[in-house]
Design a protein around this ligand. Structure first.
Ligand SMILES: NC(=O)c1ccc[n+]([C@@H]2O[C@H](COP(=O)([O-])OP(=O)(O)OC[C@H]3O[C@@H](n4cnc5c(N)ncnc54)[C@H](OP(=O)(O)O)[C@@H]3O)[C@@H](O)[C@H]2O)c1
Length: 359
């Protein structure tokens, strides 16, 4: 009972690092003895102290239990190994939600603790811990970042009206949601169409993300974006990354992070784009659209999560842009799992995860 109770507290603490720890994971730590919480901590930002250090640094009582949402590290990185501190603080028992798949750890943290006679338990709230660190798990396992798609839609799935007007499909509430969602990611991506039609800044303006760095990524095959657009502003805190085609007529770079990649009949190759972003250290990407870009990510099944704001209105119209333009045969339809709906006065948000085929 105590294991579950304290692990749930550790998970809540871990979540306080949301959007700020990448490419590191979010980690929470709780120290308890005889049912009493003695100390706690969390990893608050990349390069900052690990959750274990924050929780254990002032602990003087031996024989306590340590609850961790992720296996402790056993190697020297930006900070010394957490297992050394756990041993030095004479912790009696360590309860861990999930192993750290980082090849430098991957079970060695728990093995070292056991070798010192410290009792361990693995797997308490594992599913919740894995969901919390889904960006980290995807990025550490492969060459591309975690990808979430976001759009604000009418109830009938339209991104704009028949005349192409998209302002505003969603309410002020929907737009606030979209802005705060950005903070959870390391980068956001949009297509040239969206940048030229709406001239957005694509920055973080909602409170709660002071000083957070966010990459802005734009797909512009022919390298035609005008430098007068808002997207070229505020590049210090919100670095701009532009992707163009290797065959673009104008090969002059417009920003320091300008990459030339392959393309096919649909546009730039998303695989090239995603691999390059991961190589930049980006662990998670929020794709904001517009319609053509979202359709490419969906058609190529290049996403892990969908976050949709459905405004309580119907737009209709045969030519109105929609996210799911390409379509699939019914037996190949994309399925989502673990869906959560959050209702507002004038709309609802759906967050769901792509169900992967068991291959
Ligand atoms: N309701 C919402 O949530 C929402 C959100 C965003 C935008 N919008 C609206 O959507 C409209 C813009 O959408 P859009 O469909 O016209 O343009 P878009 O999706 O923003 O951009 C499409 C353009 O991106 C470039 N691109 C490069 N590689 C691509 C690839 N692999 N796949 C797709 N595109 C690629 C292409 O231009 P090049 O060939 O020049 O590279 C393409 O024409 C605007 O009206 C905007 O207001 C609505």
């Amino acid at each position: 009972m105590d294991d579950l109770k304290f692990m749930k507290i550790a998970l809540k603490l871990a979540r306080q690092g949301l959007g700020c720890t990448e490419p590191n994971p979010m980690v929470g730590a709780v120290v308890a003895k005889a049912g009493r919480l003695l100390a706690c901590g969390f990893h608050c930002s990349f390069g900052a102290a690990h959750a274990e250090t924050m929780a254990l640094q002032r602990l003087t009582v031996p024989g306590a239990t340590l609850y961790l949402t992720l296996e402790p590290c056993s190697h020297f990185g930006k900070t010394p190994p957490c297992v050394d501190l756990i041993i030095a603080k004479r912790i009696r028992r360590v309860v861990v939600a999930m192993l750290d798949p980082n090849p430098l750890v991957n079970g060695s943290g728990l093995r070292r603790l056991r070798a010192q006679g410290i009792e361990t338990r693995l797997g308490v709230c594992r599913a919740r811990a894995e969901r919390l660190n889904r960006h980290y798990l995807k990025a550490i396992a492969g060459p591309v970042p975690y990808v979430a798609l976001h759009a604000g839609l009418s109830l009938d799935g339209k991104l704009s009206d028949d005349a192409g007007r998209a302002r505003w499909v969603t309410s002020a509430e929907g737009r606030r949601y979209a802005h705060s969602l950005r903070g959870e990611f390391s980068a956001i991506l949009a297509g040239r169409g969206n940048i030229e039609a709406d001239n957005p800044l694509l920055t973080l303006r909602e409170p709660g993300w002071p000083g957070k760095k966010l990459y802005r990524v734009v797909l512009d095959s022919n390298n035609t974006l005008s430098r007068r657009l808002n997207i070229f502003k505020e590049q210090e805190r919100f670095p701009l990354v532009i992707f163009s085609s290797r065959n673009a007529k104008n090969m002059k770079k417009k920003v320091p992070l300008h990459f030339f990649v392959r393309h096919d009949r649909h546009g730039l190759l998303l695989d090239d784009v995603l691999r390059r972003l991961r190589a930049l250290g980006i662990a998670s990407l929020l794709v904001e659209g517009g319609g053509r870009v979202l359709d490419s990510f969906i058609r190529e099944r290049r996403f892990d999560e969908i976050d949709l704001f459905f405004a309580a209105k119907i737009i209709g119209g045969r030519n109105a842009a929609q996210v799911f333009a390409s379509g699939f045969p019914i037996d190949e339809a994309l399925e989502l799992e673990d869906c959560r709906w959050t209702a507002f006065a004038d709309g609802s948000i759906l967050r769901g995860y792509r169900k992967c085929s068991p291959d």
